[in-house]
Design a protein around this ligand. Structure first.
Ligand SMILES: [Zn+2]
Length: 283
């Protein structure tokens, strides 16, 4: 051990952990931390499904309602705010899809919270949504086809089967709709993530930037593009019809995320009941 390293103890297994003077003491070793998260994956998903999953839609819908009553400058701010929710909901859905699909690997909470969306992962996601058949898509997620639910989940009541079936049919439609938007969404996302979260600024004009000027109904957000050493400008117009369309797509992605979580949680529930039944037979 060198002079600059210190010792801490994992609060779960008691193993000693060394860390450096300029670091904060770790609470757990890496394996125990994974176990800690894995044990809470189901609780996390169900709690996120109850609130967090709808957060982008709530903000977008509220902004759209407020926009109708506001003066032009505030309308521009709200319009851009709706676009930001759009970019964020795309990121949320892709992260969730990735986390659910790899379940059994990394803890889902970790895979979801640490997922970094970029242009490539977004394009891959939209391409998959557009090209995979329903069967392939559900297989990759370890989920049954809607008509297979009763067989795969024998512990569900008839009405539970009906509810899940309805939710899954809706979810497949919403995912398909998400896939149809493809490239545009991926580009918007790439621009936003290139901005390094929160680093963008709204501007009224862009002609001072050696850039094309904005029309009076437009607003732009600008950010530094370090890689290309330029300033990127993403402009949108405040068009209520169009923004309504964006809000409805945000709604579709929110529903798709809720449906995915609902289906996955039902599979966990089914596995748990099966495990319990096996346990009681053995006893
Ligand atoms: Zn440990």
């Amino acid at each position: 051990m060198t002079d600059t390293s210190l010792e801490a103890t994992c609060r779960d297994c008691g193993q000693s952990l060394s860390f450096h003077l300029d670091e904060t003491a770790p609470a757990r070793c890496a394996e125990c931390f994974d176990g800690f998260m894995r044990a809470r994956d189901v609780a996390f998903l169900s709690s996120y499904a109850e609130l967090g999953v709808t957060s982008r839609r709530v903000i977008a819908e509220t902004s759209l309602r407020a926009l109708a009553l506001e003066s032009p400058p505030a309308r521009k701010v709200l319009a851009m705010h709706i676009m930001e929710q759009y970019v964020q909901v795309v990121g949320d859905l892709i992260g969730l899809y990735h986390a659910l699909r790899q379940r059994g690997g990394e803890p889902m909470m970790k895979a979801f919270l640490e997922f970094q969306v970029d242009r490539d992962s977004a394009l891959a996601f939209f391409r998959e949504m557009a090209s995979l058949s329903e069967q392939e898509l559900l297989d990759s997620l370890g989920l049954p086809m809607p008509d297979e639910i009763a067989r795969r989940c024998p512990s569900l009541s008839k009405s539970d089967v009906r509810d899940l079936r309805k939710a899954m049919v809706q979810m497949l439609g919403d995912l398909k709709r998400t896939g149809d938007m493809g490239e545009g969404a991926a580009l918007a996302l790439a621009q936003a993530t290139g901005e390094g979260r929160g680093g963008a600024a709204l501007v009224k004009q862009s002609d001072w930037l050696d850039s094309v000027g904005l029309r009076p109904d437009q607003v732009a957000s600008i950010a530094i593009d370090q890689k290309r050493r330029t300033i990127s400008v993403s402009a949108i117009s405040v068009d209520e019809k169009r923004l309504q369309g964006v809000v409805s797509v945000i709604g579709a992605m929110t529903n798709a995320a809720s449906g995915l979580i609902y289906a996955v949680l039902t599979m966990y529930q089914e596995e748990e009941r099966r495990g319990r039944a096996r346990g009681s037979r053995r006893a």
